[in-house]
Design a binder for this molecule. Sequence first.
Ligand code: NAG
Ligand code: NAG
Length: 225
Amino acid sequence: MKVANLLGALVLLALTSSFATAYDPSPLQDICVAINDTDSAVLVNGKFCKNPSLYTPDDFSFSGFDVPGNTSNQLGVHVNIVTADLMPGLNTLGVSMARIDFAPNGGLNPPHYHPRASELLLVVKGTLYAGFVTSNPDHRLFAKILKPGDLIVFPFGLVHFQLNIGKTPAVAIAALTSQNPGVNTVANAIFGASPSINPAVITTAFHLDRKLVEDLQSQEWVNPT
Ligand SMILES: *[C@@H]1O[C@H](CO)[C@@H](O)[C@H](O)[C@H]1NC(C)=O
Ligand SMILES: *[C@@H]1O[C@H](CO)[C@@H](O)[C@H](O)[C@H]1NC(C)=O
């Protein structure tokens, strides 16, 4: 009996801990428009929700994906991501969307991952070389050259990238399976950490000499925006 109880407790623990690290929660009501002002909030499921009598069509829409982003920066990329912060009606729905613009000849959305989402990317304009790499132990690369009308999926939490290999600007639209997918740009996290990571960590981990590591750490690591 005692053993059975213990097993039951372990199973329960395993179940609850896997739920705790799972995807966005399933909605508990049809809609819940996010609001920052907690004084006028009435229901809670994720963020505070606005009083339903005050919901408007604008809570559920967003304009601006027709406007090209400015790619005049180091990476030659511009990422316009619409999460529940910009579109409060996305709250609790487990979805968000981005428009990504790439400068001609090498505009790059650098290797990064989303800690809370898978991503489905549609090329609208131009030619992209895009791919993702699986986790330990294999680190398999799945990459393709994509043209307008082509889709690629970047699975949950895996490192991925897109490079404009064409001579014209490129545009992609991405749907993500979280209202707040998060972004971690790998190089920036390693070389641009604040305060800096002890160079000994990076020297050994990346097989680089110390001088090069210190030089890389002294550079500016700007996140794509
Ligand atoms: C694009 O960004 C660059 C660098 O910040 C700036 O100099 C330029 O004026 C911007 N271009 C437009 C059209 O806003
Ligand atoms: C809510 O707060 C976040 C974080 O401070 C901000 O980015 C966002 O624009 C705010 N949203 C609204 C609808 O005021």
